[in-house]
Write a protein that binds this ligand. Sequence first.
Ligand code: EPZ
Length: 439
Amino acid sequence: MDAFEIHGGRRLSGRWRIGGAKNSALPLMAASLLTDEPVVLSDVPNLVDITNMSALLGTLGCHVEHDTQDPDQTLTIEVTDPSQYLAEYDIVRRMRASICVLGPLLARRGRARVSMPGGCNIGDRPVDLHIRGMRALGAEVNLEEGYIVAHATHLRGARVFLGGPFGSTVLGTANVMCAATLAQGTTVIESAACEPEIADLATLLNQMGARVSGAGTPRVVVDGVERLAGTRYTIMPDRIEAGTYIMASAITNGSIELENCPMDALSALLDRLEAIGVDVEPVQSDGQAPVDDRFRQTVRVASKRRLEPVQVVTQPYPGFPTDLQAQIMALLCQADGNSLITEKIFPDRFLHVAELLRMGANLIRLGPSVLISGSRQLSAAPVMASDLRASAGLVLAGLAAQGTTLVNRVYHLDRGYDRMELALQKLGADIQRVDRPAV
Ligand code: EPZ
């Protein structure tokens, strides 16, 4: 089984290009179910989750081609059999994002049978808000033998409130937005998720002929239309990948440059990094003026040798992203003082704490928070990856630790990072993908 062997202590340097966003690509792929014409997405990363979504769409009567050798990494989806509507458990259990086919299937095919995603290592993954949204649009939705069974002769516009105990729902907003594009009348989504990936989806939908406004704000308005057409679209850069590599540089006191960096989508992270003592500044790319598109900038990362402790609270966008919580925890193990991280989206998203403790970190779990007593030199150890972003945090810790760290089960990483070891090698890390006995 693949593992990463990391010889820590090397300062990162060099340049890497950030790829397309996994969490944009997945709902945008699902949106292709809304039309019978080809949808061509560019800058789609070569990830296990993308492969899983392609396989799911294949079972839903779509022809999917992903040209990962093409620099544009173009992925083309065309519906060939619109009679399919089953998203079976075996695929959904591997990728909870499969739930985002629910809205498009209901809108275009009038029915859907989608497996309940079940829990995962970052906590429960309820879908009550998704179901609330579909019912509000007029669908009949029941839970049968672990499946969401939904049908609607036609959907009608409605007012939908998507606020839950942990804020809004990103993929729930995507589902309702997609379903509403073909509903009769106007839909108003209150307490919609404001993540940039939602705005990216709305831009694609509007290019297909939909009439979506307010995406990226808590109130999204969708005027239903008769049909949607195919289109070509380049997805936004991956803000979580960018944040991960920015912190990889910082934890090694390195200095790197990142291309295609979505600075406008990273404000909460940049705010914390500034307080910690990490600077991220746009640079002139090959003598050109800094790129005006603050969603696709080339930036340079530099950090002070002494890192300051801070408080971090994860919140819905534009708050600090939960998907960067494990990574900043690893970074704060190097800060000179006590930091506090509070996880408000997935309160149990702390499986990386036990592994960081094995590396000599000084952490105390206090319910939804973790107290980090920094400035301990991390020491290398064999550690176990448990979920996508926890794994990334362990890799960052391994980059800083003295000695050789073995991160097992990197298949978690391959879900969300395209060849992470190659990126880090290009940035000067001593990291290899090795085959180790399954643990
Ligand atoms: C998206 O998941 C992301 N995945 C997650 O990234 C990310 O952590 C999450 O948003 C939060 O930002 C994709 O976009 C593919 P939610 P999603 O519905 O949409 C609760 C990664 O590492 N909730 O916004 O499934 C839920 O339990 C992944 O790339 C309900 O209560 O998350 C959570 O506490 C991991 N009822 C909170 O809302 C519902 O019906 C936010 O969940 C739905 C969610």
